[in-house]
Structure formats: structure tokens, C-alpha cells
Design a protein around this ligand. Structure first.
Ligand code: SAM
Length: 236
């Protein structure tokens, strides 16, 4: 799968694109991450990409022409598949978008390519709406730029791709997974068996797999109801 990112700060992605699960997937060729900066298409000696808002007010607005030129340049360079050049499904990161979640991450993992558009300043000129496929928000708060949100989408989607996680079984029991009924995951323990008087639950060391499965299921239900009563009704 390919991730194309429109960003003024590609350096911010150095960690997420080269380390951990996404880094390994990139090395193995399962994931390709490309970056392009609207600055390349900026105006004047300083390659300016922002301007003052029509109507006045605080802050600067990202120019739509620079962002669209950047999107078109990414598409013009896109690798060609059997059905022609694979254009990325365009996602604008914005606090007014649809809140991102595991369900959408799973759906996005089925796309051959997605393009993540990171705003800065007060955001991108509203006319960008005619050049995107969807708007996604990381949550009800305001970030300084779309980059952190784009990294979250890349990480959450890439780990769902076939072959990316060492043990795909771990996906099935994870929090918010549909295979787990949308519950939060059960608690994990490892050595030492006792730490400052805190012992690993006896059932986990007993080797009775049916009992372990039942205990874990009960823990998942309990912690979902306790920690996330808002998602408990839709969990099964
Ligand atoms: N003026 C905008 C508003 O009040 O809605 C906020 C602009 S914010 C400072 C700059 C950029 O950060 C946005 O264009 C968007 O790309 C990104 N951003 C901020 N919060 C976000 C969120 N919750 N989810 C996704 N992207 C976000």
C-alpha cells in the first residue's frame, strides 16, 4: 500500500516512516510512503504558500493553488498498476472531519493508495473541498498541523495490512477490533510473577486454556464497561 503525504514538514515523519512496525513494512516493500511539499509550488522568492484571509481576521490561510499543484504532482508521479496510475484516495486532516477510528482504519487498509493532506496555519482555503475525497479528524482538539494526525492514520492503517504484523492473531484480540466484538483488550502480564507484592493472576499461569479464554473475555467486558461506558453498548 502507498501513503502519499502533502506536508510542509516531511522531516516530522522520519520516525514513523522508518522505525517500528511501519519502518519494517517499508523495508519489506509492503508499504511505500512518499512526501511532497506545497512549498515546491509556492509563490515568489520565498515560495510562499499562505496568505491573509479574505474578510480579515487572525492568522494566515494556506493557498489552495499550492496544495492542489502538490496533489497533482503526486498523482503525475504515481506508480502505474494494471488499471493505470494508482491515484491516492485523498484525505484532508481537519478538526471538522469525521472522527477517525478502528473501523475506518480497516476500511482504508483496503485502498491501494491514500493521500493525506496536512494543513497548517488557520487551515487550507475552503476551495480544497472540491479536490478531496473525505475529511478526517483525530479528535475534538486542535493540533498545530495535520502531520501528527497523518502519522496516526499511517500507523493505524499500515499495521492492519496482511503480513505487516509478525503475529496476525494479535489483531483479533486488540481493543476496538470487530473480531473482539469492539471490546477493549484484556490485561497483559509477563515476568516476574510477583512484583512488589503484585502477583500475576493465578489463572494465567495454570495452563488451562479454556479458563484463560473465559477470564480474558470477562476482563475485556469489565474494563470496557468501566473505562469506556460510551462504547460498551455497541460492543458484543
Ligand atoms: N483554524 C482551524 C479550526 O479552528 O478548525 C484549525 C487549524 S489547525 C491550527 C491547522 C491544521 O492542523 C488543520 O488545517 C488540520 O490540517 C490540522 N489539524 C488540527 N487539528 C486537527 C484534528 N483534530 N484532526 C486532524 N487534523 C487537525
Amino acid at each position: 500500500m502507498r501513503f502519499d503525504v502533502v506536508t510542509l514538514f516531511p522531516e516530522m515523519f522520519a520516525g514513523v516512516a522508518s522505525l517500528g512496525v511501519v519502518g519494517r513494512a517499508a523495508t519489506a516493500g509492503e508499504v511505500v510512503v512518499r512526501f511532497r511539499s506545497p512549498r515546491e509550488f509556492g509563490h515568489g522568492r520565498h515560495q510562499t504558500v499562505d496568505d491573509t484571509p479574505y474578510g480579515g481576521g487572525a492568522g494566515m490561510v494556506m493557498r489552495v493553488d499550492c496544495v492542489v499543484a502538490c496533489l497533482e504532482a503526486l498523482d503525475a508521479d504515481a506508480p502505474v498498476g494494471p488499471a493505470g496510475a494508482i491515484r491516492g484516495h485523498r484525505i484532508l486532516l481537519t478538526p471538522r472531519g469525521t472522527p477517525f477510528g478502528q473501523k475506518r482504519a480497516l476500511e482504508l487498509a483496503a485502498f491501494p493508495a491514500i493521500t493525506l493532506i496536512c494543513g497548517r496555519y488557520e487551515g487550507i482555503d475552503e476551495r480544497i473541498a472540491g479536490f478531496i475525497d473525505e475529511e478526517v479528524s483525530l479528535g475534538d482538539f486542535v493540533l498545530s498541523g495535520g502531520e501528527v494526525a497523518a502519522m496516526a492514520v499511517i500507523d493505524a492503517v499500515a499495521r492492519l495490512l496482511p503480513g505487516v504484523l509478525g503475529n496476525p492473531d494479535s489483531l483479533a484480540s486488540e481493543s476496538h477490533s470487530s473480531e473482539n466484538g469492539g471490546l477493549l483488550e484484556y490485561p497483559h502480564y509477563t515476568r516476574p510473577v510477583e512484583f512488589r507484592g503484585l502477583r500475576v493472576p493465578e489463572v494465567l499461569a495454570g495452563g488451562n486454556h479454556a479458563a484463560i479464554d473465559a477470564w480474558r473475555r470477562g476482563q475485556s467486558l469489565d474494563r470496557t464497561v468501566t473505562s469506556r461506558p460510551d462504547i460498551a453498548p455497541r460492543a458484543k
